[in-house]
Design a protein around this ligand. Structure first.
Ligand SMILES: Cc1cc2nc3c(=O)[nH]c(=O)nc-3n(C[C@H](O)[C@H](O)[C@H](O)COP(=O)(O)OP(=O)(O)OC[C@H]3O[C@@H](n4cnc5c(N)ncnc54)[C@H](O)[C@@H]3O)c2cc1C
Length: 401
């Protein structure tokens, strides 16, 4: 039996992408997206997407536009705070013979969401309802339920119930759907004892010979600086600068410390008039994953189901392909630990991965192998789907999802 209707809670990148992919089913289900916010979220978050996400963007029919307006970074390295290069990759190696067709691409998540929203508007049977905050689940969690019903509070204070074959919680790290499924505290994992400040900043890193992405290893001033736009004038280039901060500081205190942090950690020790911060936002960082992503008619996806720290760009990429325990958690944990728990002077001896990256600088086959590692995330989950038995009336064809 076909899926007739789906409610997606959350119009972030995961919810919008899921809606586009679901809209490709035949017959197309009726899709309702409910989002608590008045409009798309503009906070500085995902920018880098690895091959697994790129393949889904292709499937959704949006890759050409992403590649036209985004860019593919070529050089990635690790540095000491004084700027000295420790080791790195040359991604242009992967461009050989079109092998990098699914390669790492930079595209702001705000643009990605706007593109997906536009795509959805061009299709019938899909409604995006802003200012609709899901607050309760009336049905859908019992194995006998044949549909799922949510209650949403609208911006004018009224409540509306929505019913569909399935409800999918794509409502982010603070997911209400997850709390309604498993209770307020049941999100296994841990939170890091550090905070992260993410900024989009115009600063001329090119004058220092910096590469497309660098991870700076230092016990206090650890950070990532990644070019997120390819402007011909280096002074106009926008960089994602994400840095570690002390635990326990309020959002206001973190905001106020940004100028001091930039002066201490960035090459050239710039004063505020030498750069322009376009936006900035503090984040707590977590490694968490639910025990299961489905109860009867209610499902979870992406950040609502699992979280990781942002170093290595595995959040959304991992969120839409779901191999959290085997890959996303261990790799992203190693990525952030390396930045503040390794001694930059000894990292090449003590960190096996850094040693391999160094070796790969002169061993191009090894370099290709290491850079291809994120392809391991690619996994065809449909092989585990249960096809409906013909006599089981009322069981929808999950296999097509
Ligand atoms: C600094 C930073 C950098 C990052 N960089 C990368 C990167 O380079 N690559 C990468 O892959 N990932 C990255 N990530 C992670 C990535 O941004 C997230 O994984 C991604 O945004 C998650 O998308 P989502 O749709 O699951 O959730 P969200 O983007 O959080 O969207 C959730 C939506 O649900 C809505 N919502 C919440 N509660 C309700 C409710 N009760 N009812 C209705 N709607 C609700 C919200 O308004 C929001 O629109 C980064 C994250 C951070 C913080």
């Amino acid at each position: 039996m076909a899926i007739n209707s789906v409610i997606i809670v959350g119009a972030g990148p995961a919810g919008l992408l899921l809606a586009v992919l679901l809209s490709q089913l035949q017959p197309r289900p009726h899709i309702t997206i409910l989002d608590a916010a008045p409009t798309l979220d503009g906070a500085p978050r995902a920018t880098h997407y690895g091959p697994p996400a790129i393949q889904l963007f292709r499937k959704a029919g949006i890759l050409a536009e992403i590649r036209r307006d985004g860019y593919m970074p070529e050089r990635i390295c690790w540095r000491k705070l004084n700027g000295e290069r420790i080791c790195g990759y040359d991604r242009s190696l992967m461009h050989d013979n079109g092998l990098d067709g699914d390669g790492l691409t930079v595209y702001w998540v705000g643009r990605l969401c706007a593109l997906l929203e536009r795509e959805l508007k061009s299709r019938s049977g899909i409604s995006v309802q802003w200012g609709s905050k899901v607050v309760a689940l009336k049905s859908g969690l019992a194995s006998t339920d044949v549909e799922a019903t949510v209650v949403a509070e609208t911006s004018d204070g009224s409540t509306i119930t929505h019913t569909a074959d399935y409800v999918i919680g794509c409502d982010g790290g603070n997911s209400t759907v997850r709390r309604l499924m498993f209770g307020p505290r049941n999100f296994p994992g841990h939170s890091w004892d550090v905070q992260v400040m993410a900024t989009n900043t115009m600063y001329d890193f090119d004058q220092f010979g910096w590469e497309d992405t660098q991870f700076v290893i230092h016990p206090e001033h650890w950070y990532m600086a990644a070019r997120i736009g390819a402007h011909p004038d280096p002074k106009q280039n926008i960089w994602r600068i994400s840095y570690g901060e002390l635990p326990g500081l309020s959002a206001e205190e973190l905001m106020a410390r940004q100028e001091m942090k930039f002066e201490k950690m960035l090459p050239g020790h710039p004063k505020p008039e030498q750069y322009k911060v376009l936006n900035k936002s503090p984040y707590r960082v977590h490694q968490r994953c639910v025990d299961k992503m489905r109860m009867a008619r209610v499902l979870l996806a992406a950040d609502a189901a699992h979280l990781c720290n942002p170093f290595g760009g595995l959040g959304l990429t991992g969120g839409i392909v779901d191999k959290w325990h085997e890959l996303i958690n261990p790799i992203s944990t190693a990525n952030i630990r390396r930045l503040f728990q390794q001694d930059p002077e000894k990292v090449l001896e003590e960190d096996e991965y850094m040693r391999l990256v160094k070796q790969a600088e002169t061993d191009l086959e090894l370099s290709r192998e290491l850079q291809n590692a994120s392809n391991e995330l690619l996994y065809d989950y449909t092989q585990h789907y249960h096809r409906p038995r013909p006599q089981a009336r009322g069981v929808p064809e999950i296999a097509k999802l």
